[in-house]
Ligand binder design. Structure first.
Ligand code: ZN
Length: 584
């Protein structure tokens, strides 16, 4: 059954997924696999590739899971799928010098846990698959552990990962040009394709990336590497040819030079090896001091890929190219991709889903300032991975309506506007579809406040009284079907607060929906200011506005209860999602 599903998936991909990446006569998708690193800040333009391998994850310190470099960036990269749904995003685990594979793969328990964690990571980040870059099984050249059993254990590891991630997700590996440690015919049942790292095959004065053997090449060439890989009887379409977006140099050049930084140095000349089909820079004596790749050499490699029936091209790495995208474009065109699609704006994946203004008073009574500090941290954590964007302010003096309307909602932690100008701006904002989530003291308004509109907005009368001292209380959900309460327990204990009452009671205001209130089981409530009965609405919304009020927010122990935290997230999300400009 799984196999049938898998086949159907392939057919669907063939029909809808790769029109753009078909090369004359080729009957399958040509892959363009771009490595994108954790340390680059550039957002890749997805029109240039079919696959992104995010580099890197690693086998973790306990040998039983995945540790990801810069996970926030991985989230952003994975969200490129929103603008190009057919784009595949994989996490590459490994890289040069990334170890612990040998120990992990040798132990069935660790191997199984690692495979399960690959599944977790794929689920958590919405990835299309996992790429394993163990460099290399059975080799300690990169300063990592190795054993003779590695090649066999590598096959078992790939089997375990395939089992864990299922047939629909991608599993790929990177192999050296020599195929070090890879038993291709045994690996094949578990992987979708194999990226051959046909670079770093030599160092200057030899060319590190020659397509064909020539006098300037070190012994290994891309053509020879492919022949080694095909020797095991694996179909050519399972292999993807690697192309470096960097050169390997010797004095006066550095060992590694990104293509964007390649420039002629004094006394050097650029040449072209017409046998190796590779450009180079030579010094006065004619010795190669930099072997690199350019659009011309990429053209030859792409022709080679098509002629030999390989599966596509891979490159390391996206950010090595220049601002004109010369190399990315050469690879994409060579693989038959249609580049007439628009280039996506550079910050599209970082575009926030919505924008919030967090507003608080840092001169309020200490318990309300304590709450504000914790609340800012709470809302900050919700923004991880570009969840949303926010600004924090202790005053609305510099927020006229024109500025306020740039926010999907205001988070009023412990304050409300005081100056007339601020009040007018806030009124205009709310009357024109603005969003507001307010806590505890944000709704403190007594006879001295003198702001009638605010009472109408809150749907409540003047502040009447509160319990004292602050203490926890049992709350009951009143409106079960509401998005803010539907996943909450029917009753739960709220962390300590001083509980407010208003007069008249907001419950009596037409348009107000009370979602949560204190349970009658609490009475008597308080020690000094004791309340023996009465209505204490805790969460309500005045449905005439995009607002929700929560009488929560006294002291520094407010974010200690899971149910209450969930309530806060629900309320925040509910207001944000109803904004016209939010993409929630
Ligand atoms: Zn208070």
């Amino acid at each position: 059954m799984k196999k049938i599903l898998f086949l159907i998936g392939c057919v669907i991909i063939a029909v809808f997924g790769c029109e753009a990446a078909k090369v004359n006569g080729a009957d399958s998708c040509m892959k363009v696999v771009a490595y994108v690193t954790s340390w680059s800040e550039e957002m890749p333009d997805p029109k240039f590739m079919t696959h992104i391998n995010y580099a890197f994850g690693h086998v973790n310190e306990s040998f039983d899971g995945v540790r990801i470099d810069n996970p926030v960036r991985l989230s952003r990269i994975a969200r490129l799928k929103k603008v190009k749904p057919e784009l595949k995003v994989l996490l590459s685990v490994g890289g040069w010098g990334s170890g612990r594979f040998s120990e992990m793969a040798a132990d069935p328990v660790l191997r199984g846990r690692f495979a399960a964690d690959c599944r977790r990571v794929a689920d958590e980040y919405g990835l299309d698959g996992i790429d394993i870059d163990w460099e290399y099984p059975g080799s300690n050249a990169a300063g990592i552990s190795a054993s003779e059993a590695d090649p066999g254990n590598f096959v078992k590891l790939l089997a375990a990962i395939r089992d864990a991630i299922g047939p629909e997700r991608l599993l790929t590996i990177a192999s050296s040009a020599w195929g070090t440690g890879c038993r291709f015919s045994e690996i094949l049942p578990y992987v979708d394709f194999i990226n051959i790292m046909t670079y770093d095959m030599a160092q200057a004065p030899s060319l590190h990336n020659a397509l064909y053997s020539s006098g300037r090449q070190g012994g290994m060439s891309a053509e020879k590497g492919v022949a080694i890989h095909l020797g095991g009887g694996v179909p050519a379409s399972k292999f993807v040819l690697g192309i470096p977006f960097y050169g390997r140099g010797a004095s006066p050049y550095q060992n590694f030079v990104d293509y964007k930084d390649v420039a002629l140095k004094p006394g050097c000349t650029e040449g072209w090896d017409d046998v190796a089909k590779t450009p180079y820079i030579a010094d006065k004596s004619g010795s190669v001091v930099l072997g690199f790749e350019n659009p011309k050499s990429i053209g030859y490699k792409c022709d080679f890929i098509v002629q030999r029936g390989l599966g596509g091209a891979m490159y390391w790495d996206y950010a090595g190219d220049n601002a004109g995208s010369e190399l990315r474009e050469a690879v994409a065109r060579g693989m038959g991709m249609d580049l007439s699609e628009p280039t996506y704006p550079a910050d599209y994946a970082g575009a926030p889903r919505f924008k919030a203004l967090i507003y608080y008073n840092d001169q309020a009574e200490p318990a309300h300032v304590d709450f504000a500090k914790d609340a800012i941290d709470f809302f900050h954590r919700l923004s991880y991975g570009d969840g949303y964007r926010y600004d924090v302010t202790t005053s609305l003096a510099d927020y006229p309506y024109d500025r306020l309307k740039g926010y999907d909602l205001i988070v009023a932690i412990n304050a409300s506007p005081v100056a007339d100008k601020e009040r007018k701006a806030f009124e205009e904002y709310m009357e024109n579809g603005g969003g507001w989530i307010g806590f505890h003291a944000a709704a403190y308004n007594d006879a001295n406040t003198g702001w009638d509109w605010y009472n109408r907005f809150l749907g409540a009368g003047k502040f009447y009284c509160n319990t004292w001292p602050p203490q926890p209380a049992l709350a009951d959900v009143e409106l079960r079907e509401h998005p803010v309460t539907k996943n909450l327990p029917q009753s739960f204990v709220l962390p300590e607060c001083e509980w407010y009452q208003w007069q008249p009671d907001p419950r009596l205001t037409p348009g107000v929906e009370v979602l949560l209130s204190l349970s009658p089981a609490n009475y008597p409530l308080g020690i000094k200011d004791v309340v023996k009965s009465g209505d204490f609405p805790v969460v309500w919304t005045n449905t005439r506005y995009r607002m929700i009020y929560l009488n929560i927010g006294h002291g520094d122990r407010e974010f200690t209860d899971a149910a209450q935290n969930l309530l806060l997230v629900n309320a925040f999300r509910w207001i944000a999602a109803s904004s016209a400009s939010s993409s929630l």
